[in-house]
Design a protein around this ligand. Sequence first.
Ligand code: ADP
Ligand code: MG
Length: 404
Amino acid sequence: MNKLSIRDLELRGKRVFIRVDFNVPMAGDKVEDDTRIRETLPTLRYAIDQRARLVLASHLGRPKGKIDPKYTLSPVANRLRELLDQPVAFASDCVGADAEAKSKSLGDGELLLLENVRFHPQEEANDPEFSRQLAQLCDGLFVCDAFGSSHRAHASVVGITKFVRQAAAGLLMEKELAYLGKAISNPDRPFVAILGGAKVSDKIEVVQNLMKLADTLLIGGAMAYTFLKSQGLPIGKSLVENDKLDLARGLLEDARRRHFRFLLPVDHVVAESPNSAETSIVDIAKTPENLMGLDIGPQTIAVFNEQVTGARTIVWNGPLGIFEKPAFAQGTLAMARAVAAASVAGATSIVGGGDSVAAIEQSGVASKISHISTGGGASLEFLAGENLPGVEALTNKSGSQKDF
Ligand code: ADP
Ligand code: MG
């Protein structure tokens, strides 16, 4: 990576502004799942060990630029205290006199968490004056560890970098970029990409870009039906985006022309609705008119497994069925096991996307996956070949002309 790393910074005795992703699920006034907090602990511990003075900022939820107690980060400060086993000061506003005073009273190795940056509309507007006020809370040093927010040009991610001396990637950010970067620039082959989930329209650019990068594309989930219907196959009442049929047909034609291995389900689990108890397995070509496809079937699982088994790089985004319901989770769980087995055999596997990560955790094989990406939207944009503004804005390593 040609961007500065936190390891390149002189942190001792300095206030460093660290943008983290503490956008965690809450249950009332408690943190329900602290994964995102734990993911950034290596960066925080590193800065603490270097005797920096840490000023942490994050967003939480969508308070739409207004103070909303529902989205206060104060419970996150409590959880962080427990995880680090040390005090964490809290400023009830991310800018202004209180935050400034508290940042100045930090001692070496001490932490301050600022209140939700999205309580100010200037955050999402990437407002320069607000960015400058945030930067005032540190001594010219900014670290971004919020990969999940790096696809947004917001003040605490992008704007602030204009007002600091050095802007560097945190350890989690580096890890994300290392895994995803290798997959899109220099993957070990065969490279198999698995895409599923709800909508084609969410992931069309990802399909297009992965067709350039990967050797094989396996498509399941609801998004498969738009492709299947575009080939004149019956899909019953399965979810479909009729306005994307031409696009889907075009992509499949392109794949055929280039002899690119683009595999769609050959059979599926069908039912009247996601809630019905009665299910059956049919070939796609024999899909009854009144039923919906809710999971990939056993023949498809076998075909997909075979591809995954020989892979050296695997990227997976999107469940292959309604995995939230046990009756339609088999395809996703089987794929999770296959990806885990391939990883144990030496493949590099990367799983991204909120629901996909939940599915992997549910499958019990999460620990075997090489890299579970914390940034759903950001990892998709990265895989779609787009530049992430939060990465672009970081300081280039001296002597390097090329951006990451
Ligand atoms: P991710 O969060 O991993 O990016 P998406 O949000 O794109 O994934 O899609 C996940 C959703 O897609 C899940 O809620 C799942 O139930 C749904 N889904 C998967 N397959 C189907 C299907 N065949 N029909 C309807 N919904 C589906
Ligand atoms: Mg999702």
